[in-house]
Design a protein around this ligand. Structure first.
Ligand code: ADP
Length: 169
């Protein structure tokens, strides 16, 4: 998707990319915020090369938490999960990029932090499923759905990072 001109100037993304750009919803859960891991987590996604398009810290309502996790509402741990997610402020983020959904899941690691590989966020910073510090969407469809759920209109930012031509040829 990048055009290299004869004089060495790159014109990234003037030609529409054939590769699908996806969005994922990433959330630092209340334990991640309380433990001072917000900067570390943002940094990992930034350094990887994804684009941040939305970011806010807030204390979410029970209704929002229940809607977000509605697929799990028959699970025995559901009430505890809602208490956990609403127990303090969360950091909501929207990240964009080719392959961002699957890559974010790899950066995050397995749901059970004891099974998560070292080097992943959960593998490095957590020990229990009920305190696994971060959420990441599990499909591009859910990425879109969750971003629409957690962000209001006008809260997302369209921009072009200057590093883009150095990340993708
Ligand atoms: P993931 O967050 O890795 O996509 P799931 O969608 O299976 O995992 O579960 C959503 C969240 O519900 C988990 O991140 C975790 O916070 C919580 N959870 C899942 N299973 C359990 C469990 N057995 N006990 C307590 N909390 C759980």
């Amino acid at each position: 998707a990048t055009t290299k001109l004869g004089n060495g100037i790159f014109l990234p993304h003037l030609i529409a990319s054939l590769e699908q750009v996806d969005q994922t919803y990433i959330m630092v859960k209340p334990d991640g915020v309380q433990r001072g891991l917000v900067g570390e987590i943002i940094s990992r996604f930034e350094k990887k090369g994804f684009k941040l398009t939305g970011l806010k810290l807030f204390h979410c309502s029970k209704e929002l938490a229940e809607e977000h996790y509605k697929d799990l509402n028959q699970k025995s741990f559901f009430p505890k999960l809602i208490d956990y997610i609403t127990s303090g402020p969360v950091v909501s983020m929207a990240w964009e990029g080719v392959g961002v959904v699957a890559s974010a899941r790899k950066l995050i690691g397995a749901t059970d932090p004891l099974q998560a590989e070292p080097g992943t966020i959960r593998g490095d910073f957590a020990v229990q499923t009920g305190r696994n510090i971060i959420h990441g969407s599990d499909s591009p469809e859910n990425g879109k759905r969750e971003i629409a759920l957690w962000f209001k209109e006008g809260e997302l930012c369209e921009w072009t990072p200057i590093q883009q031509p150095w990340l993708r040829e």
